[in-house]
Design a protein around this ligand. Structure first.
Ligand SMILES: Cc1cc2nc3c(=O)[nH]c(=O)nc-3n(C[C@H](O)[C@H](O)[C@H](O)COP(=O)(O)OP(=O)(O)OC[C@H]3O[C@@H](n4cnc5c(N)ncnc54)[C@H](O)[C@@H]3O)c2cc1C
Length: 444
């Protein structure tokens, strides 16, 4: 009997350390981000955060998402879930713990699909926090349906020549490395699922033209070159050596298979971090309910507010348990040497449910604060703007719901009449128990 909702004391001590470290050392930095936006400010930011990163490494909590043989903490997905829940409370925390998106997913991708040389050249520096990376897949004309991507790489002698137009390449304008999804089989009859490959492109390669960081609802006044932007990129005759294909020659046509390997863990890591964001919003909601007095009582005494608290608590707990269950399944699959794609149902559920809960809890927290909730005096408005994107990135809600429905429906068969059709069942029951029922003269 292995159902267990407890955390072992040694690990709980690590979580307690993380909670206080994030609150004491990282929360204060959030209030300085405007002051530290300029290039000089970012140098100061790096000076402030360098000792914090060192402390995280001393605690053996750096890059917790990767196994020890790859330089990570090797905690597995369940423990990672509990850790990311804490880190997710602040948008600044993941980078200080060496597992911020998209670098964490990209390092994981290279660990799963990269050649030894690629791991040495790119994965290790990524893990050490020495370089930054970007996953460049979405195009203005194609996102949720990647079979429509048109960026192509053609072989010319010892090189790949890449041409195409991407956007929402997060982090590109500060990244050292772009992982570019390219069509490598231009044969019209080729299956789209084996027509794409991933190619590693150092950002400084001639022909990589970063047009702009697209201003978004999350970062409306973002300036190109600031961390966190979502770049629009023109790839114009970008030449890289053949060995830059992720996985080497074996990586040809493996783009989608690799993307699935990358996006599965990436999605659950987002869901884990959203738990931290929604907890922070929920804490503010409850604090305000107990504090604000209006129409004869504190807000906590109003039934409508109690409904928000109960609903938010239940929704969030459900998201948390679903996330941890998905993580548990991934750990089990990993232990059995199986691939995470067998947890696609669980991951798809938390991707849309987690995003919905995040959005709704923040929304209620804003509502209970009234005008204050709408101001920038609280973090809720920026949390709300960021949360809206959660329903779109790494696949929109609708696509994950399609996955869930398809996977669930595999468990069913058409039946006419229904397996629960009472007259049919009654006839079968009368037949089954006929010898007993004869005495009662039950009508058939
Ligand atoms: C903040 C943010 C960061 C991002 N970072 C990256 C990144 O680093 N790298 C990268 O490559 N991309 C990134 N993206 C892009 C993201 O992955 C895409 O936005 C996403 O895959 C959806 O593609 P799309 O925007 O082209 O929407 P479309 O494919 O045009 O879909 C539009 C809408 O149509 C509906 N829809 C789509 N498919 C279906 C369906 N099968 N059934 C029913 N309805 C459907 C959905 O409502 C969807 O929102 C990022 C996006 C955001 C918002």
């Amino acid at each position: 009997m292995a159902w267990d909702f407890e955390t072992e004391p040694e690990f709980e001590a690590k979580l307690a350390w993380m909670r206080s470290f994030v609150r004491e050392e990282i929360f204060p930095l959030e209030t300085l981000t405007e002051d530290l936006r300029s290039p000089e400010g970012r140098v100061v930011y790096d000076r402030i955060t360098a000792p914090l990163k060192e402390e995280v490494k001393r605690q053996n909590l750096w890059a917790a998402h990767l196994p020890p043989e790859l330089g990570g903490g090797g905690f597995g997905q369940v423990k990672l879930g509990l850790m990311h829940e804490i880190l997710g409370m602040s948008p600044l925390a993941p980078r200080i713990f060496g597992n911020n998106a998209p670098d964490s997913g990209n390092a994981e991708l290279l660990s799963l699909g990269g050649t030894e040389a690629q791991k040495k050249q790119w994965m290790q520096p990524l893990l050490d926090g020495e370089i930054q990376s970007c996953f460049s897949m979405t195009e203005p004309g194609a996102g949720a349906d990647p079979t429509l991507l048109t960026t192509q790489a053609e072989r010319d002698g010892d090189e790949w020549v890449i041409n195409g137009h991407k956007w929402f390449s997060s982090n590109a304008s500060v990244a050292d490395l772009l992982i570019v999804m390219c069509k490598t089989n231009l044969d019209e009859d080729a299956s789209p699922y084996s027509a794409y490959s991933m190619i590693l492109v150092p950002t400084g390669t001639p022909g990589v033209n970063i047009v702009r960081d697209v201003p978004t609802m999350g970062e409306p006044d973002h300036r190109t070159g600031e961390p966190g932007g979502h770049a629009e990129i023109l790839y114009q005759d970008v030449r890289v050596p053949l060995e830059n294909m992720v996985g080497g020659p074996d990586g040809l046509g493996q783009g989608f298979a690799l993307a699935q390997k990358r996006l599965g863990p990436g999605r659950i890591h987002h869901a884990m971090r959203w738990l931290g964001q929604s907890q922070r919003a929920f804490d503010l909601l409850c604090e305000r309910a107990l504090t604000r007095y209006t129409k004869g009582s504190i807000l906590a005494d109003k039934q409508m507010v109690q409904e928000w608290i109960a609903q938010s608590y239940a929704d969030r707990e459900a998201a948390r348990l679903l996330t941890l269950q998905a993580a548990w399944k991934m750990d089990k699959l990993h232990a059995e040497g199986r691939h995470y794609s067998d947890a696609r149902l669980e991951i798809a559920v938390i991707k849309f449910w987690g995003a919905k809960v995040l959005h709704e809890v923040i929304d209620r927290a804003i509502q209970i604060h009234g005008s204050l909730g709408y101001t920038t005096d609280l973090p809720l408005e920026s949390m709300y703007r960021a949360a809206r994107a959660a329903r779109i990135y790494d696949g929109p809600d609708e696509v994950h719901k399609v996955t869930v429905a398809r996977q669930v429906l595999k468990r069913y068969r058409p039946a006419d009449p229904s397996v629960d059709h009472i007259p049919t069942r009654r006839a079968a029951a009368l037949d089954k128990y006929a010898t007993y029922l004869d005495e009662l003269a039950v009508n058939s």
